[in-house]
Design a protein around this ligand. Structure first.
Ligand code: GLC
Ligand code: CA
Length: 551
């Protein structure tokens, strides 16, 4: 087990950390089976160190049927054999810690995978049994129970109910799944379920894991008592009640669970951190992030900000204010494994609803890639200068665009298959990384890649960008190196540019300044020493789509 003494101490390491999300199956493949693995991560520790991040967050690394890219967990206290062993995992922690990099893992508590021993036991056990009570089983309506219990729609469409065959071979009860049928929802009123997750958190904390990202953290507790079953059609935040009494999401009781987790986190030194993935109304985010609960909650607001300075400013003000009230720090996110890469998003006309845009335009996208990349770099540089922590997604440091032309038959995302009329897929941001200019999977591994890499990936490869002045990768390295020296008290103040609404400019207490030009005309730089700009200056001025730091 990992000897992580050298990383104890600083309890607050996460407050302004740069966290790099690894999607393990698409990061690096050590054995050529086309699937990234733990030894692949180990082989890239140097890369991560040189990049200059503070922590990695691993998307699920557990045994899984991969019905939803690993978010269908079959065993919470093990490593997927395709990814490696527990010994490999320990070695990975050891190596990362030795290089000053903390480790966050994903916890998926709303549902298990359908091959989990508990779900299999529930299928074998009779109606009303304790084994069934760990999940959400209900009788169907109609004479023979053939009509689903409610019209609840799954997040991946179409229905959230699947009927099982009873052990005696007859058609039987139905179970609820907010996501795919391979992801049965747990019944969080069941004490065994609660106990089991505490054990899981202890298991990984004992192995030296520093923190947790909590998947769909707002959905665990549901109002299903006395035959009540929600009939909602689809998951739309605007339909979710604001007062904690919604049937499905963000119910007040969910906070009891996280308070019990916090007690366990605090048994460790330093206390384990956690960050909630809670798609709730912004004013309902604070309790998840309180010091009595998870400590942080993702603020996804910048994902929808587009290239709009007024919106970005108000999002920054709001989230910094809320975090301060809660005694926590906010989290800046532009990309992750669920959304279209921000270099592509920002190359679309502002205000594009990118979920709607995707399916009719996949092969004819109309993306201005150069503008998208310039804006992506400028936005990332802006966010890296704000107080709070920043979550980066693997490949964004290479400036990767979304891969939009994956043939339908090679798609893996259940969201693509289960919503044929929407046709949205998350696979385009999950394509194995290009490490080299050549080789069967561009250095991803000695074999192929589980999702096809487009030809243009060659120019975005680590090899093509390393040591190249002006490359996205070298910009990220420089930004992160400088940031680690510049980071200071969690305060900022805007510098107003009364005559130019297209500029966002702010200062940190130590004199660190960030200025972004959202307009098309070059802007004069403020006083100070220029440290780094996301694009070269234009005649000594800050050009369009550019951020600069000064001190
Ligand atoms: C979260 C994950 C997503 C997954 C879903 C169900 O939103 O980020 O990838 O499909 O939860 O677990
Ligand atoms: Ca592999």
């Amino acid at each position: 087990m990992s000897d992580f003494k050298f990383l104890t101490g600083s309890e607050d390491w996460w407050r302004q950390a740069v966290v790099y999300q690894i999607y393990p199956r698409s990061f690096a493949d050590s054995n050529g089976d086309g699937i990234g693995d733990i030894r692949g991560i180990i082989s890239r520790v140097d890369y991560l160190k040189t990049l200059g991040i503070d922590a990695v967050w691993l998307s699920p690394h557990y045994p899984s049927a991969l019905a939803d890219g690993g978010y269908d967990v079959d065993d919470y206290r093990n490593v997927d054999p395709r990814l490696g062993t527990l010994e490999d995992f320990d070695e990975m922690i050891e190596q990362l810690h030795r290089n000053g990099i903390r480790v966050i893992v994903d916890i998926v508590p709303n549902h298990s995978g359908s091959n989990h021993v508990w779900f299999q036991e529930a299928l074998r056990s009779p109606k009303g049994s304790p084994a069934r009570d760990r999940y959400i089983f209900r009788d169907g309506k109609g004479e023979n129970g053939e009509i689903r219990p409610s019209e609840l729609v799954s997040h991946f469409g179409p229905t959230a109910w699947t009927r099982i065959t009873e052990p005696d071979g007859t058609p039987g009860q139905w179970y609820m799944h907010l996501f795919a049928p391979e992801q049965p929802d747990f019944n969080w009123d069941n004490p065994e379920v609660r106990e089991d997750f505490l054990e899981t958190i202890r298991f990984w904390s004992d192995r030296g894991v520093d923190g947790y990202r909590i998947d769909v953290a707002h959905a665990l507790t549901k109002n299903l008592a006395n035959g009540h079953l929600p009939e909602r059609t689809g998951y739309d935040l605007s339909l979710v009640k604001h007062d904690g009494s919604d049937d499905l999401f963000d119910r007040d009781e969910v906070h009891e669970i996280y308070k019990s987790w916090r007690k366990v986190f605090n048994e460790y030194n330093p206390p384990r951190m956690a960050v909630a993935e809670a798609w709730v109304h912004p004013e309902r985010r604070p309790p998840y992030a309180s010091t009595e609960e998870l400590g942080q909650s993702f603020n996804f607001d910048m994902l929808g900000a587009g290239w709009n300075p007024a919106r970005i400013k108000s999002i920054a003000d709001y989230n910094l204010g809320e975090a301060k009230k809660q005694g926590t720090s906010t989290t800046w996110v532009l990309s992750n494994h669920d959304v279209i890469r921000h270099a592509t998003r920002l190359g679309l006309p502002d205000d594009t609803d990118f979920f709607r845009w995707y399916s009719p335009n996949r092969f004819n996208p109309g993306v201005d890639e150069a503008t998208g990349l310039a804006r992506a770099k400028a936005m990332t540089q802006l966010l890296l200068a704000l107080p709070g922590s920043t979550y980066l997604y693997q490949g964004e440091e290479l400036g990767l665009q979304e891969h939009l032309t994956i043939p339908a038959e090679q798609m893996q995302d259940p969201q693509f298959f289960r919503n044929p009329d929407v046709g949205f897929s998350r696979d385009g941001c999950r394509v194995p990384l290009p490490w080299a200019r050549s080789g069967s999977s561009l250095g991803f591994g000695p074999g192929g890649a589980h999702l096809p890499q487009p030809a243009w990936y060659v120019d975005y490869s680590v090899e093509a960008q390393s040591g190249q002045k002006g490359s996205t990768l070298e910009l990220y390295r420089e930004l992160l190196r400088m940031r680690s020296e510049l980071v200071c008290a969690e305060e900022m103040a805007w510098v107003r540019h009364w005559f130019n609404k297209n500029v966002l400019h702010f200062k940190r207490p130590n004199g660190w300044q960030s200025i972004t030009n959202f307009g098309s005309k070059p802007v004069k730089l403020p006083k100070g020493r220029l440290l780094v700009s996301s694009k070269p200056l234009v005649d000594g001025k800050l050009g369009a789509n550019t951020t600069a730091w000064l001190k």
